[in-house]
Ligand binder design. Structure first.
Ligand SMILES: C[S@@+](CC[C@H](N)C(=O)[O-])C[C@H]1O[C@@H](n2cnc3c(N)ncnc32)[C@H](O)[C@@H]1O
Length: 477
């Protein structure tokens, strides 16, 4: 559907004259958003509702108690037609538009030279949302999400806090680029949290120490301030399962080093100019060399003053070598932050309706590195524990399934123990194969990595849930 390309602006209406034609509930809605701007509002209408009357009585707005006449728009900066008569509204628009006034006829985009957006507001922060008339309901939905997830009360308070300090920062840090980076650092620092939890004084102390440090660095022309490296979990596969914090950090990235199992859609969160570097560990390069090269890249980019995100599948500390990376960064004197992610160790099972713990069935679960499985003794896997724990989850194990099964049986696990193999868990191409330790090897010939192998009675919960769901559907049909 063709739609109008509106250009959003924020109008400074304080002291400006607005003529609002109509005095019913539509007018009330407009007055609610216009009165806080401090505009001089005149309502023209033979009758007005009690709410409008209250504003008139307290002197907030002026009322002309008669039908609209063309002279009512003289001197007005903005004209709003909010009667319940479309013909009157169209006439008001015609006059206002011809007189080059900002004119809006409520709920009638054809008779408007500007439209009013849905507003999300917290203190001085305001977001105006419009669907250009295509779907006000969708615009409202987007607005509600912004209000509940982004423009929370704390954001408004933070905006005021930062606004109060702008002149000082401008005077202290000479270059625009340095100031821009400083503000990014403040927003990303403890300051917002301290402001929300301990108040302005404590936040100010934190802010001041950052400003002093930035001033020292700015005084050394050749130096760059090494940035933090963020070790970030990307979740198990479904891009919707990334955390809010991870998405927020990605939006500020200069460099993203990402792994093979990271959903490429998530790279879209990074700014258009960000450098996205594939750091997946495909076969061919020796493991230690690859990992060392990743450490070197993280350090080098951070030392060049870049915001570096190391994006890893699942959780960075679950078979993700995130621990090695923070040690290397610490050794190099680079600051870091770890952002946990949802691990496939639980998410793949969950996506297949398998709870890794379940009252009365499993009070413990453990996750094992399947690729370590070896027929030699001392492969590093605590097989006795794996055979005894109520739920054993093996990652990276699909190619070694026969060996894993053999070892578990050897260590005394009951051959009738249920097993599920969830490949591409949480993704549209997810597949699930279930069996028991006795027959899973022959059933799983088509299973592909990435896959999680779940061993334990909890697998029966899936079967039960699916059977009950079928019954529910059948009884509803
Ligand atoms: C190197 S490990 C990394 C694990 C990751 N750090 C985590 O917390 O999910 C990679 C293994 O995770 C498992 N995995 C990752 N994504 C998966 C998915 N979507 N479904 C099933 N298993 C997955 C597979 O066993 C894969 O071989």
């Amino acid at each position: 559907m063709p739609y109008t390309h509106y250009h959003p602006v924020y109008l400074h209406l304080t002291g400006r004259a607005i003529t609002l034609v109509g005095g019913g509930f539509v007018a009330i809605e407009k007055l609610n958003s216009l009165i806080p701007t401090g505009a001089r509002i005149t309502v023209v209408s033979p009758e007005i509702s009690p709410e409008v009357q209250a504003w008139v009585s307290e002197g907030t707005i002026t009322w002309i108690p008669r039908a609209f006449e063309p002279r009512d728009i003289d001197g007005a900066f903005m004209v709003i037609a909010a009667t319940n008569n479309p013909e009157v509204n169209a006439w008001v628009y015609k006059l206002g538009n011809a007189a080059q006034k900002l004119t809006n006829s409520v709920d009638d985009p054809v008779n408007c030279n500007f439209i009013m957006a849905a507003i999300a507001k917290s203190g001085p922060m305001q977001v105006a949302i419009s669907s250009a008339g295509c779907s006000p309901a969708l615009a409202q939905r987007v607005r509600n999400r912004i209000v509940s997830e982004i423009l929370t009360e704390n954001v408004g308070a933070l905006a005021e806090f930062l606004g109060d300090r702008r002149p000082e920062v401008k005077a202290t840090l000479p270059s625009y680029k340095i100031r821009q980076r400083f503000w990014e650092q403040v927003i990303d620092s403890k300051v917002p949290h301290v402001l929300a939890s301990q108040g302005e004084e404590a936040a100010d102390a934190e802010f001041r120490s950052m400003l002093r440090r930035a001033a020292v660095i700015a005084a050394e022309p050749q130096s760059v301030d090494p940035q933090k490296v963020y070790i970030v979990g990307a979740g198990p596969g479904d891009p919707g399962l990334i955390t809010v914090r991870a998405a927020e950090i990605l939006r500020r990235a200069d460099v993203v080093l990402y792994d093979r199992l990271v959903n490429p859609i998530l790279l879209g969160y990074a700014p258009p100019g960000a450098e996205c570097i594939y750091a997946g560990k495909d076969r061919g390069t020796p493991g230690r060399g690859r990992q060392q090269s990743i450490h070197d890249q993280l350090i080098a980019h951070a030392q060049r003053g870049k915001v570096v995100v190391r994006l890893k599948g699942g959780d960075p500390f679950v078979f993700g070598r995130g621990g090695e990376e923070i040690l290397a960064l610490a050794q190099a004197g680079i600051a870091f932050e770890v952002v946990p992610g949802i691990s496939s160790a639980v998410a793949a099972a969950e996506a297949a309706f398998i709870p890794v713990t379940h009252r009365g069935i499993s009070t413990a679960f453990a996750v094992f590195a399947g690729q370590e499985a070896d027929d030699k003794a001392g492969d590093g896997i605590p097989w006795a524990a794996a055979a005894a724990i109520p739920t054993a989850v093996f990652l990276m194990g699909v190619e070694r399934l026969p060996l894993i099964v053999e070892r578990l049986l050897e260590y005394g696990r009951d051959p009738s123990t249920p097993v599920a193999i969830v490949s591409n868990g949480t993704l549209p191409n997810q597949t699930v194969v279930t069996g028991t330790l006795e027959d899973i090897v022959s059933l799983a010939t088509e299973c592909v990595p990435p896959a999680a192998i779940i061993i334990g009675e909890v697998v029966r919960v899936r079967e039960k849930a699916l059977a009950l769901a079928v019954q529910v559907v059948a009884s509803a049909a």
